[in-house]
Design a protein around this ligand. Structure first.
Ligand code: F6R
Length: 364
């Protein structure tokens, strides 16, 4: 049921504070501010490396997780699209954890990759939203997201719930590997617990985003830029826009722009910059100057501090709450989803059932 919403996608975007809180509830123990993973009957501290395999939006959640697992747990992380992983004869050594991320738990390439890893003796963990799915049944370790049924073909709430679990997992691995002391664990738990309120604050800017959608809707091409853990959000933004508005879009790591894509920049190609203020912000500001010097039109998505510093001369700015860098990828998912949503609505495309797409891709 859509309730008061016009589309399932819109309803699911607005459910995120609730479902992320629900998901976090089963991973964070408030009583001692610790992370607790469900159903573990093997020794996670013995894991030597992590291989993440997924498709589409779930793959982008995995890209963010690579930053967290490396930074917090100092674990080497390899990540690949399921369709590539399967056919490249990957090196899978003893002590490896293979982590599969999937909303449906049925994506054919991801499931085949899971079976391959299991046969190769890897410990198999799955992060799935459908608890009765094939992937859930075949895994050694199940990490459920509690996003509830996702009806819109474009994944939204499953993604932010995946990120919430992945952050908890990275913190837990850090504790088990002796990289985090209690204070560091409590810190991560406290920041994650702020995510639902921060998501609400991001959603409060829905009307601003709706009001600027007409600036993007006529474009033939759109670029998204992001850095560090927010770079995968640029990829996710481009995917969402392509999927539901049929506008060609590309996501780039901000610093890569001058190595090619900058040739595309002119006043007809909007550039959406995802840049929370913080240690990487200055770098992104210089990338924005490169765009502006070539007549590019920028939409800056940042917090008040970032907008005060770099908002001048932008075609539009979208203000996000100021948040800890850990939860920025969750919070910046909201404007990315809402931009795609409102541009699609402005163009009159079928938001919930985009052409050529199916909710669950069970063919290879
Ligand atoms: C994008 C989208 C797809 C899925 C992909 C993987 O909005 O929905 O890219 O993310 O098909 O699906 P799951 O997560 O079910 O394996």
């Amino acid at each position: 049921e859509k309730g008061n919403f016009r589309h399932f996608m819109q309803k699911e975007i607005f459910e995120q504070p609730t479902v992320v809180a629900q998901t976090l509830n089963s991973y964070l123990r408030q009583i001692d501010q610790s992370v607790a993973l469900p159903q573990i009957d093997f020794d996670l501290s013995a894991i030597r490396r992590v291989t993440i395999v997924a498709c589409g939006t779930s793959y982008y959640a995995g890209m963010v997780a690579k930053y967290w697992l490396e930074t917090f747990a100092r674990l080497p992380v390899d990540i690949d699209f399921a369709s590539e992983f399967r056919y490249r004869d990957p090196v899978l050594e003893p002590g490896g954890l293979a982590l599969f991320i999937s909303q449906s738990g049925e994506t054919a390439d991801t499931l085949a990759a899971l079976r391959h890893c299991k046969a190769a003796g890897q410990t198999v963990a799955v992060l799935v939203n459908v608890p009765t799915s094939s992937m859930a049944r075949e895994a050694d370790l199940r990490l459920p997201t509690h996003a509830g049924p996702e009806i819109g073909v474009a994944s939204t709430k499953a993604f932010t719930c995946q990120l919430a679990v992945l952050a908890a997992l990275a913190a837990h691995m850090a504790v088990r590997r002796g990289r985090f002391d209690r204070a560091e664990e409590r810190d991560v738990v406290a920041h994650l617990a702020e995510a639902p309120a921060a998501l609400n604050a991001a959603l409060a800017h829905d009307a601003d985003i709706a009001a600027m959608a007409h600036l993007i809707a006529p474009a033939r091409d759109v670029l998204y830029l992001g850095r560090g853990p927010d770079y995968p959000l640029a990829l996710e933004g481009a995917l969402k826009l392509k999927e539901i508005s049929y506008i060609h879009a590309e996501g780039y790591a901000s610093g890569e722009m001058k190595h090619g894509p900058i040739a595309l920049i002119d006043e007809a190609v909007p550039v959406i910059v995802l840049a929370p203020s913080g240690p990487l912000f200055e770098k992104t500001v210089s990338n924005m100057q490169e765009v502006r010097a070539r007549g590019g039109k920028i939409v800056l998505v940042s917090d008040a501090e970032g907008i005060a510093e770099a908002g001048e001369g932008c075609m539009a700015t979208i203000e996000m709450p100021r948040v800890h860098p850990l939860i920025a990828p969750l919070v910046y998912a909201v404007p990315v989803q809402l931009i795609a949503y409102h541009v699609a609505v402005a163009k009159g495309t079928d938001v919930d059932q985009p052409r050529n797409l199916a909710k669950s891709v069970t063919v290879e």
